[in-house]
Design a protein around this ligand. Structure first.
Ligand SMILES: NC(=O)c1ccc[n+]([C@@H]2O[C@H](COP(=O)([O-])OP(=O)(O)OC[C@H]3O[C@@H](n4cnc5c(N)ncnc54)[C@H](O)[C@@H]3O)[C@@H](O)[C@H]2O)c1
Length: 159
């Protein structure tokens, strides 16, 4: 991402490692950050840290596997900031063990969050993006290529 000054960036999973570092870096370059995460307390910590260094940031509690919550978050971000330029999806989980040791519940959680969550994020944001240069980025390696192709065809995303 090049010139981010005054761009409105919604980061899903923003309370985590990659999300919070990305948020602080973009905020230091002038972006306005919508800090969205299922962990509201940690999201508040990230937003406070950004505001304490002069940045602009608000918290949006959300479960990315719930499409109505994502849609509502997108609408609220656009309303609060006046626009939405970029989605960065860092919400995800990874069980770092051999596949055979991962149980069904853990696998289903991974699919729901990393794959379905990414798709829900895309769909929610495609309704909220208005700027022609709007972009979406996904951290999860599980995020399927067809989603990226779909998004590119919609013309609203860059990967
Ligand atoms: N592509 C790569 O090479 C690469 C490398 C490292 C990590 N990753 C992936 O990037 C993602 C983020 O990594 P990280 O190290 O920041 O992880 P992390 O665990 O530090 O952060 C994940 C964040 O997602 C949030 N979250 C979990 N479930 C959620 C839900 N249902 N709704 C909203 N938020 C939810 C958590 O609260 C947490 O803040 C993970 O999916 C990880 O597997 C990819």
């Amino acid at each position: 991402m090049s010139d981010v000054k005054d761009k409105v960036v919604l980061i899903l999973g923003c309370a985590g490692g990659i999300g919070s570092v990305t948020a602080k870096d973009l905020a230091s370059k002038g972006a306005k950050i919508a800090v969205a995460d299922i962990n509201e307390a940690k999201a508040e910590d990230v937003a406070r840290a950004i505001r304490n260094t002069g940045g602009e940031s608000r918290v949006y509690p959300v479960d990315v596997t719930q499409k109505e919550q994502v849609r509502a978050t997108v609408a609220k971000v656009a309303q609060d900031f006046g626009s939405l330029d970029t989605l960065i999806n860092c919400a995800g989980i990874m069980f770092v063990r051999p596949l055979i040791e991962i149980n069904t519940v853990e696998w289903e959680t991974t699919v729901d969050l990393n794959i379905k969550g990414g798709a829900v994020g895309n769909r929610g944001c495609s309704a909220g993006f208005h700027a022609p240069a709007a972009r979406a980025y996904h951290q999860s390696q599980f995020h399927p290529r067809p989603q990226s192709v779909f998004a590119r065809r919609r013309g609203a995303f860059g990967f």
